[in-house]
Structure formats: structure tokens, C-alpha cells
Design a protein around this ligand. Structure first.
Ligand SMILES: C[S@@+](CC[C@H](N)C(=O)[O-])C[C@H]1O[C@@H](n2cnc3c(N)ncnc32)[C@H](O)[C@@H]1O
Length: 266
């Protein structure tokens, strides 16, 4: 799979990427030796990683279905990742063929592969963007052409904010997105956390973080309180900001040390 035709020239094949490691955990094939090596090193420390990645995907699915049931028919998916089974536009357009989706990711392989997948889908598109550049994302031609900001939007930030360090103020970035959304919009997110990790697991977590420091996406695990703060000003829907497997469970999700929530803008 190395240097196949789909590899964008901007990809650094000597450096692992969080997007491609996640693709590996999910059993995908859009990853390189350097990603597999890093992902396997994580799995040696934390053998539950691929179950955790699947559990995160399962939350994404449940959240999108929940938003569809609330009448949401347009989505902005930030940190959307390399396409895999059950992408947002597939889930949404199954229920509502007119549903619209803009995907955004900073990682070139994720964008190239999404772009190929969406070539024949006039209602879904992808942009290469860093979610920290909030106004660039919000004012991009694709976002403005695809999403109608006079109607509610579902903003998805699933498994991505733990890659934004405190020094880049993720709370300010999310506040800017919340502010831009029309009333009746929703934010759904999942975020890795150290809460619930036993004392004797903390060393392992430090070793996992050291592996992610090799990527462009150092891992920042936050306490529940800081994750809940992403929903400031929103009405958090039941059951609140909770451990991932407890949010509208519909399967036996693996243990994953992450908090999730969905909030509605009044
Ligand atoms: C763990 S994957 C999650 C993918 C998908 N949202 C899901 O939950 O299945 C995290 C994704 O966030 C992307 N990412 C990390 N930092 C980002 C940033 N600052 N802006 C946009 N995307 C980012 C990575 O490239 C990766 O594709």
C-alpha cells in the first residue's frame, strides 16, 4: 500500500499521523508502515485501542442518528478522519437523501480519500482545514455553499478536540463555532479523558502520549469538567456529558476512557 496513487505529495511518510493510526485501529488500509508501527506500539501498551476506536465510531453513529431524529439535515464534521464504514453522509442520507455534509480534516490522506469518495455526491464535500482556524472554516466557499446558516446545523467534533493543546485554546475555538451556529443547532463531541484510568494505568497513558508526540497531534486528555465546558451556553441533552458507553447505548461498547455529550443551542 506504500506510495499508492492516492498518496498526496504533501504526506510525510516518515512521520506517523493520528488520522492514519486511527484508520489502522479500525482495520482500514489507508495507513503506512510508520503509522502501523506507532499504532502497534500503542496497542502493546493498551490492547483495547481498536475496541475503543470502534466504540468511538459507534458513538458518532448514535449521535448522528439522534440529530437526524431531531430534524437536523445538515452537518459540519470537524476532524472527520479517513472515511471508513458508516460515514456521516451515509448514515444521514440513508434517513434523509437530501441531508448535506461538509467534512473537514487537517490530514491530507483523510481529505484525498474523502474527496474521492464524495466525487459523485453533490450534497457532501470535504475541505482540508485546521479546525483552529475557525473563521477560515466557517467562511470557506464549501461550507457557505453547502450549509444554510439560517437553519439548524449539526456540528460534530468527535475524537478530535483531544488533539488540540491548551496553548491553542480549544475552548475559544469551540465557542466561536457555537456562536456561528443558528439557534436549534447541535454540538456532538467525544473527547479522551484520564478520569476512570486507575492509578497504575497512568504510566501507560504517559507512554501512549509519548507516541502521539511523534505525530502532529499530541494527545491532551482532559477531565470531565473541561470537556463539559465545551457545551457552555448549550442545553445538554440527556443523559448529559457522560462516559462514552453510557450515551444512548445500543451495543456492548468496549471500555473507552472518553466523555461524550450532545448539546442544543437555544
Ligand atoms: C481520531 S480521528 C476521528 C475521526 C472521526 N471524527 C471519528 O470520530 O471517527 C481524529 C481526526 O482529527 C483530525 N485532526 C486532528 N487535529 C485536527 C485539527 N486541528 N483540525 C482538523 N482536524 C484535525 C485528525 O487528522 C484525524 O483525522
Amino acid at each position: 500500500m506504500e506510495e499508492a496513487g492516492w498518496v498526496p505529495s504533501s504526506v510525510d511518510l516518515d512521520r506517523p499521523s493520528a488520522a492514519r493510526m486511527y484508520d489502522y485501529y479500525l482495520g482500514g488500509s489507508h495507513n503506512f508502515a510508520v503509522d502501523r508501527e506507532a499504532a502497534k506500539a500503542v496497542e502493546r501498551i493498551y490492547p483495547g485501542m481498536s475496541g475503543a476506536a470502534r466504540a468511538n465510531r459507534s458513538f458518532l453513529r448514535r449521535a448522528v442518528r439522534y440529530l437526524l431524529a431531531q430534524g437536523i439535515d445538515q452537518f459540519l464534521d470537524l476532524g472527520s478522519g479517513i472515511p471508513t464504514v458508516g460515514n456521516v453522509h451515509e448514515i444521514a442520507q440513508q434517513t434523509n437523501p437530501r441531508a448535506r455534509v461538509v467534512y473537514a480534516d487537517v490530514e491530507p490522506v483523510a481529505v484525498a480519500h474523502s474527496s474521492a469518495l464524495l466525487a459523485d455526491n453533490p450534497l457532501a464535500t470535504v475541505i482540508q482545514a485546521d479546525l483552529r482556524a475557525t473563521d477560515t472554516v466557517l467562511n470557506s466557499d464549501e461550507v457557505r455553499a453547502t450549509l444554510d446558516f439560517t437553519r439548524p446545523i449539526g456540528l460534530l467534533m468527535v475524537g478530535v478536540l483531544h488533539f488540540v493543546p491548551d496553548s491553542d485554546d480549544p475552548h475559544r475555538a469551540v465557542a466561536r463555532y457555537r456562536e456561528a451556529l443558528p439557534s436549534g443547532s447541535y454540538l456532538a463531541l467525544s473527547h479522551g479523558s484520564l478520569e476512570g484510568v486507575p492509578e497504575d494505568g497512568l504510566d501507560d497513558t504517559e507512554r501512549v502520549k509519548a507516541i502521539y508526540r511523534r505525530t502532529d497531534s499530541p494527545l491532551v486528555l482532559r477531565p470531565r469538567e473541561e470537556i463539559a465546558a465545551f457545551f457552555t451556553g448549550l442545553e445538554v441533552v440527556e443523559p448529559g456529558v457522560v462516559p462514552l458507553p453510557e450515551w444512548h447505548p445500543d451495543s456492548d461498547d468496549a471500555y473507552i476512557s472518553a466523555y461524550v455529550g450532545v448539546g442544543r443551542k437555544p
